[in-house]
Write a protein that binds this ligand. Structure first.
Ligand SMILES: C[S@@+](CC[C@H](N)C(=O)[O-])C[C@H]1O[C@@H](n2cnc3c(N)ncnc32)[C@H](O)[C@@H]1O
Length: 374
């Protein structure tokens, strides 16, 4: 059983009550904001990513394969400049390592100097979409894949890199990503009570509200879903489908509408979707799959029904998933509109949307519960 309480967060101009889960109560599921699309990276976040062994070894192997003898652009090098250093060590001719967070760029520059690669790696502070290079490079490496594949802006950012910064036919690492969806029985996973944020999440929620300038209905992830296979077995009501395909070495389309259908394979109460991502770091082989294994990419919860709608095998959820780039030109807004089809009842319309920095606050039943009125 989960235990929760109401805490207070500092938002610009005022305090915001937030539902929290008791630290140390070991809830099977807890909430966490989707953080990668905001400038709230700190030592803890960079460390979790580097320690994601599957991600880190797949990137290291791809960089070792493609970097020798090439000029390289590393978009979003982070404070550890991991792929810039890996490329230089593998024999890249020169690396441009771009980072938008000033503190991370500063630390990256120092790390590169200490590693003795200052002559082969140039750190460029800024957004890749706003910088110029002396000339186009042979390859681009980046890890700006979000909890939903494109949520950190990989579509527009890498399309811009292809048009302006990389030679025609240049290699892109990663190769491909997609957003994935599975039907979920959230109460089946939590054992009853809906979850809250652990206290370690508070600073990130405050940082996101500060970056956007006000509280808003931010995107929320489900911690714990990936870690324990039995929790997935209790809560997944269907197999997965893919939407938002992003072909970084092919026909890259950052915006679009994808139609999909989830077929229920188990009885339960359908409360929403777990949205994850698949990532092919290089061409071929099995992707990293955030809905079926632990990774630093935590699945997003698309809440569709507060109480959950009873479903059984053979029922279907048919939906359209729309990706639109927000007015910052980089980060997508997402919208999902669908219908639940059951043998036993008329079709039920269900919808969810999640903007990068939209102005609604407490507009959904899920966010009203997460941020109760004082
Ligand atoms: C997920 S982290 C990856 C850090 C490191 N490359 C790694 O893989 O461990 C993404 C980093 O990219 C930066 N970033 C995201 N989009 C960027 C862009 N368009 N230009 C420059 N930096 C960007 C973020 O600030 C963050 O430091």
């Amino acid at each position: 059983m989960q235990r929760s309480y109401v805490a207070e967060l500092a938002a610009p101009g005022h305090k915001v009550p937030v539902r929290a889960c008791v630290d140390g109560s070991n809830p099977p599921i807890w909430l966490f904001p989707s953080i990668g699309e905001y400038p709230v990276y700190d030592d803890f976040v960079y460390d979790v990513m580097i320690k994601d062994e599957r991600r880190t070894s797949a990137y290291a192997e791809a960089v070792r394969r493609y970097a020798p003898g090439r000029t390289v652009l590393d978009i979003g090098t982070g404070q550890d400049a991991v792929w810039a250093l890996a490329a230089a060590r593998a024999g890249a001719r020169h690396v441009w390592a771009v980072e938008v967070i000033p503190k991370s760029a500063r630390i990256a520059r120092k790390t590169i100097e200490e590693a003795g690669f200052a002559d082969r790696i140039t750190v460029v502070e800024g957004l890749s979409t706003e910088i110029e290079l002396p000339g186009p490079v042979d390859m681009c490496v980046s890890e700006i894949i979000g909890t939903l594949g494109g949520s950190e802006g990989a579509g527009p950012v890498l399309r811009d890199a292809r048009e302006r910064l990389v030679k025609p036919g240049g290699v892109f690492i990663p190769h491909r990503s997609a957003t994935t969806a599975v039907a979920l029985d959230l109460r089946g996973a939590t054992g009853g009570e809906l979850p809250g944020f652990p206290s370690v999440a508070f600073g990130f929620v405050e940082g996101i509200f500060a970056a956007v300038g006000r509280p808003f209905d931010l995107r929320v992830c489900l911690g714990g879903l990936q870690d324990v296979p039995e929790v997935r077995e209790r809560s997944y009501l269907s197999g997965p489908v893919e939407v938002e395909p992003l072909e970084f070495n092919g026909d890259l389309r950052p915006e679009g509408v994808d139609r999909a259908e989830l077929a229920f394979t188990r009885p339960g109460r359908f409360s929403g979707l777990a949205l994850g991502m698949r990532l092919w770091v290089a061409e071929g082989g099995a992707p990293i799959d955030s809905l079926s294994e632990w990774s630093n990419w935590t699945p997003v919860y698309a809440a569709l029904s507060e109480e959950g709608l009873p479903v059984r095998p053979g029922d279907r959820f048919v939906f359209e998933f729309t990706t639109t780039i927000s007015d910052d030109g980089v980060h997508p807004d997402y919208a999902l509109v669908g219908e639940l089809h059951r043998d036993s009842a008329p079709a039920v319309p269900l919808s969810w949307s999640s903007t990068h920095h939209g102005d609604g606050f407490r507009e959904t039943f899920f966010h009203r519960r997460l941020f109760p009125e004082a």
